[in-house]
Design a binder for this molecule. Structure first.
Ligand code: AOF
Ligand code: ZN
Length: 363
């Protein structure tokens, strides 16, 4: 049932805004916000979920109550939970505080909930209105939803290229293609991710920091995938004071004698092949909802082929690098017909100075 009253939309948008304050800290949990009105429609409390293990949005809102909520309404961007997890079920709180109307934007895909929370509310005689602002709510929690449905992390692949589609010169030089503001934007984007993945070649060639430069706390997990384990003794990724690092190696090809070069503070996991899907699945198990892939052409191409990538973040600079041998963002997919190529959707385009930013999706 959808109630599209203007003020209901306003309160749901407020709940979505509150939810977004948890960006970068809630994983593996979703971002959730809650707004409570009294029986006369006055705002009496609000709250949001900050971190797994801490109170859910509804619990925060009930904790912050300024007035009696009985006979009132609550607006939440995700179906209230009905399970005992790290925290008690929100449905019980909603019922015990005497709320009469619950506005839910979208269902919780977590199998412990998925529709059961809404049913319990209805069984308790509460009116439930579902579907307000669903598009915005889906967009906000698309990574949480993706991980719950696919048991794999939502992947975003990023690259910066010239007007002629090059990401570096033949000799590997690529600093810098895009302008300073685009590069700062990448740092702030990183803050919204649970992990950043690169391949061994990128580590050896660029020795990146892979941090948000302090914009998020904790910093995203830095993940480097290697087929050889042949890493240098010194690397920015080995500095665990900046952020955590995880090395994932292909056990079928790597030489384990190199393991001793990796400092003890770095986590290490083996996967049985070089299939990047195993990395996405492993990171989902570790509680990552979303992953930013900042890798070179080979790993990026196989990440796309194996379904690890749901979204592209492309920066285009007004430069021409030219040259047949200069670097492309991707390797060959060996398409032989235009019917085989990927057709993307393009929900966002913007300018950063004279660079262009394009967000596109595979769905
Ligand atoms: C809500 N409100 O604010 C959130 C919900 O381990 P727990 O107890 O934190 O439970 C995590 C699950 O609870 C998570 O997977 C999702 O289904 C739901 N998250 N539910 O009613 C909230 N964060
Ligand atoms: Zn809950």
């Amino acid at each position: 049932m959808i109630d599209s009253n203007i003020s209901d939309i306003k309160w749901m948008k407020r709940a979505i805004f509150l939810a977004s304050l948890g960006k970068g800290t809630t994983s593996p949990n979703p971002m959730v916000g809650a707004v409570i009105l009294d029986k006369d429609g006055n705002l009496i409390s609000e709250g949001f979920h900050y971190k797994s293990g801490m109170p859910h949005a509804e619990a925060m809102a009930f904790k912050n109550l300024k007035k009696d909520a009985s006979g009132g309404s609550i607006y939440v961007n995700l179906e209230p939970c009905c399970h005992q997890g790290k925290t008690p079920p929100c449905v019980d709180k909603i019922i015990s505080f005497g709320i009469k109307k619950v506005y839910v934007s979208i269902e919780d895909p977590d199998k412990r909930v998925s529709g059961k929370g809404i049913k319990l509310l209805k069984d308790a005689g509460i009116k439930v209105f579902q579907g307000l602002c669903e598009r915005e709510s889906f967009e906000l929690n698309k990574a949480f939803i993706h991980r719950n449905i696919n048991n794999s992390a939502y992947g975003v692949l990023k690259w910066a290229m010239s007007m002629d589609g090059r990401v570096g010169l033949k000799n590997g030089k690529s600093k810098w293609i895009t302008n300073k503001d685009s590069r700062s934007l990448v740092h702030s984007h990183r803050a919204g991710f649970d992990a950043i993945v690169i391949g061994g070649n990128t580590l050896r060639k660029d020795n990146p920091l892979l941090t948000s430069r302090g914009l998020s706390n904790p910093e995203p997990l830095r993940v480097v995938f290697t087929k050889t384990l042949d890493f240098p003794e010194k690397s920015n990724l080995w500095n665990c004071n900046l952020a955590k690092t995880l090395v994932v190696y292909d056990a079928s090809t790597a030489n384990k004698k190199y393991l001793k070069r990796i400092p003890e503070c770095v986590d290490i996991e083996a996967i049985p092949s070089d299939n990047p899907k195993l990395i996405s699945d492993l990171l989902a198990k570790k509680g990552c909802n979303n992953v930013l892939w900042e890798c070179g052409p080979k790993l990026a191409t196989s990440a796309i082929k194996t379904g690890c990538i749901q979204e592209l973040m492309t920066f285009i600079a007004p430069k021409i690098l030219g040259g047949v041998g200069n670097m492309n963002p991707l390797a060959d997919f060996e398409f032989t017909d235009m019917n085989e190529v990927f057709n993307l959707n393009c929900p966002e385009i913007g300018f950063i100075g004279d660079d262009i930013f394009v967000k596109s999706t595979f769905y």
